[in-house]
Design a protein around this ligand. Structure first.
Ligand code: NAX
Length: 328
């Protein structure tokens, strides 16, 4: 049987509580692959993770070959020879906290984790960053991971794609499977652009079925604000849906999906993305290599919305350069 070593940071958090089960049941790395799982969190949370491990033991997960618990000070053990890293843990934005303070706290976390990946993980390790601000955290991690190609780092935007495709399906009164060619561009933030202009319903352009200006003024903001709407309704942020999206993204990376999916990667200049930022776009694998699917055209309005998101990412980049976490 095949075997994969996987590290998961933020293991005591609400996303991890769901994600661990997808990983352990074979949904990510395959039903023919055993998983050696390394759970990482800050020291105060480790006793809680012991309870989680008891639950895993009680779940008869036949593909879970081993589980270990590590503090964020023990990344040498946690990341030793791993094949895949889920970087889910991040410092949350606390009430009254400035954006700069958030970037500073997370800059240190993702710099440290990037360095540890470079030092201890397999050079082939693939890394999915979920912890926010995920694009910029991913940029920091990949910049500090010596010996690991930057195209092995990804930041999650598939949840945004899932949110967008469901809402379009609802508007068109069709099952979600009938919505295709819908991808997220830019940042995983309120500036993201869910590209309805190229989306299709039952292979017809959405804009031939729904009013374009209505999509611009209602659908786009709804997707941009969907995370906040979930927090308002649920009292806490998306957890099961985020875990489902993280599992699916990792599966697509691991199985080298030939079908495009939304994910953020370091800019290759496609869709006019500036150098040196991690941007979302449709992405797929061909002949063993991942690449941006660059065959969509955008009208002036769509281009302006995508550009706005690039500008936000450039500002985040400037801020972390000023904080010393990235070189110019
Ligand atoms: P929780 O607050 O439930 O859990 C986060 C966990 O990370 C905590 O147990 C915390 O102790 C741990 N942690 C903090 N610093 C750490 C470090 N240095 N090393 C290891 N662990 C550390 O958050 P949860 O709801 O699980 O969300 C996790 C992250 O995902 C957040 O940053 C959140 O904003 C982000 N999200 C990203 C999404 C995306 O689409 N990219 C969507 C969902 C979610 O909002």
């Amino acid at each position: 049987m095949k075997k994969v070593s996987v590290a998961l940071t933020g293991a005591g958090g609400q996303i991890a509580y769901h994600l661990i089960y997808s990983i352990s049941k074979g949904e990510v790395f395959g039903f023919d692959t055993q998983v050696d799982l390394r759970l990482v969190d800050i020291p105060e949370v480790l006793p809680k993770i012991e309870g989680l491990v008891m639950e895993l033991e009680d779940s008869r997960l036949t593909l879970l070959s081993s589980v270990s618990i590590h503090s964020d000070q023990q990344l040498d053990q946690a990341f030793q020879s791993i094949d895949f890293a889920f970087l889910v843990g991040a410092f949350p934005r606390l009430a009254g906290m400035e954006r700069k303070d958030l970037l500073e706290k997370n800059g240190l976390i993702f710099k440290t984790q990037g360095e540890a990946l470079g030092a201890y993980a397999k050079p082939s390790v693939q890394t999915l960053v979920v912890g926010n601000p995920c694009n910029t955290n991913c940029l920091i991690a990949l910049s500090h991971a010596k010996n690991i190609p930057s195209n092995q780092f990804y930041a999650m935007t598939l949840l945004d794609e899932f949110r967008a495709s469901y809402q379009l399906a609802k508007m068109c009164q069709v099952p979600v499977v009938d919505i295709t060619d819908l991808y997220i561009y830019g940042n995983h933030s309120a500036t993201q652009f869910p590209d309805f202009t190229n989306a299709r319903v039952k292979d017809q352009p959405i804009i031939s079925v729904l009013d374009q200006s209505g999509l611009e003024t209602t659908f786009v903001p709804m997707i941009q604000q969907r995370g906040a709407a979930v927090i308002k309704a649920r009292g806490s942020s998306s957890a099961a849906s985020a875990a489902r999206s993280a599992a699916e993204t990792a599966h697509k990376i691991w199985s080298q999906s030939s079908t495009p999916f939304s994910v953020a990667v370091v800019s290759s200049g496609c869709y006019d993305a500036p150098d040196g930022i991690v941007v979302s776009a449709p992405y797929y694998f061909k002949d063993g290599k991942g690449r941006v699917y660059d065959r969509f055209d955008h009208d002036a309005t769509a281009k302006a919305m995508i550009e706005k998101s690039y500008q936000e990412l450039l500002q985040e980049r400037e801020a972390v350069i000023a904080l010393g976490f990235l070189d110019e």
